[in-house]
Design a protein around this ligand. Structure first.
Ligand code: ADE
Length: 317
């Protein structure tokens, strides 16, 4: 069942972003122009793709969704760009991973809706190849990234709108859980939705996943309403921990505290000790641990904070 919102009014949270978008969308529609290009930043799971689909729906245009790592050759981008109709949206996830040679195709496309391509030629027939410029339909590029700092300056400067998404509050997540329960067709009380929200790491994707698993538990037991006791029981079976700390985060905390005395320890050392990709640590594990005050990044390395010690002590007792 699709729990994702389709319109801005259905979309819960990210109030600042919604206000800005309402204005930009109204203006673009009045001017009969496509939206300016948009870059969306923020940690994984906050609904960057969902937001792009909502924007397309509100603009009443089609959206093509792709991700930088699956783009293998220049022709892939050219194919996507030429397939767009007037006003359509091209969404590129993880846009910071686009190789520079591919980025360069985007510059004239974003700026002037032009696409430079070489036709003919190929190996040994260079003399017959010809460079031509195609005019594209006017479109909007929406790029999403977990690391805006990794975007090249020429690419970043071509986006007119920058939207920074942040973790959702417990209240917002609780509302999302209630909305999703409504779609699933199950009753849930306030304490239960707040409890699920508190274990969702500020992330709607996790909140909806937890709700579905609790719902499975209730269906299997023949319960018709979700209350907090049932959520507690289901979380116990599912090994869901306080704050929604998962196994990777637990391993990170055990390594930082157990092995390196709480730091400071450098990211390279930590990544080797955990046998975990550095980017996963920086982009997925650490942002949330910083947000809840478990760790901080300092010049001399990562440091564990009081809350992290308390959390581990509780788990160990
Ligand atoms: N489902 C997932 N994310 C949502 C959001 N931000 N608002 C409403 N429902 C959602």
């Amino acid at each position: 069942m699709n729990l994702r919102p389709k319109t801005l009014s259905e979309y819960i949270g990210q109030e600042k972003i919604k206000k800005q978008l309402e204005m930009f969308i109204q203006s673009a529609k009045k001017r009969n122009s496509p939206l300016d290009h948009i870059i969306v930043t923020g940690p994984p799971g906050l609904g960057k793709t969902t937001l792009a689909s909502v924007i397309a729906n509100e603009m009443e245009v089609d959206i093509k969704i792709t991700s930088a790592p699956v783009i293998e050759k220049k022709g892939d981008i050219a194919g996507l760009l030429t397939s767009l109709k007037e006003g359509d949206i091209l969404f590129i996830d993880e846009i910071h991973r686009l190789p520079p040679a591919f980025e360069e195709i985007l510059y004239p496309a974003m700026e002037d809706f032009k696409l430079d391509i070489v036709i003919g030629g190929g190996s040994g027939k260079k003399r017959h190849s010809k460079a031509i410029t195609l005019t594209l339909n006017r479109f909007t590029l929406i790029g999403a990234t977990t690391r805006i700092g990794l975007l090249s300056t020429p690419l970043l400067s071509r986006f007119g709108i920058i939207l920074n998404m942040d973790y959702y509050s417990v209240e917002e997540l609780s509302e999302i859980v209630k909305r999703s329960a409504g779609i699933l067709g199950v009753d849930i009380d306030d304490d239960a939705s707040v409890y699920i929200a508190q274990h969702s790491r500020g992330t709607p994707r996790i909140a909806n996943r937890l709700l579905k698993r609790v719902y499975d538990y209730c269906v299997s037991q023949g319960y018709e309403k979700i209350d907090v006791d049932k959520v507690r029981y289901a979380f116990n079976i599912l090994s869901i921990k306080q704050y929604g700390i998962d196994d990777m985060m637990l391993k990170y905390l055990h390594t930082l505290i157990g092995r390196f005395g709480g730091g400071p320890v450098g990211i390279t050392t930590l990544s080797l000790a955990m046998n975990e990709d550095r980017r996963t640590i920086e982009e997925v594990i650490e942002p949330y641990l910083m947000k809840i005050g478990f760790i901080k990044r300092t010049k001399s390395g990562r440091v564990a904070l009081e809350e992290a010690y308390k959390f581990l002590e509780k788990g160990l007792s």
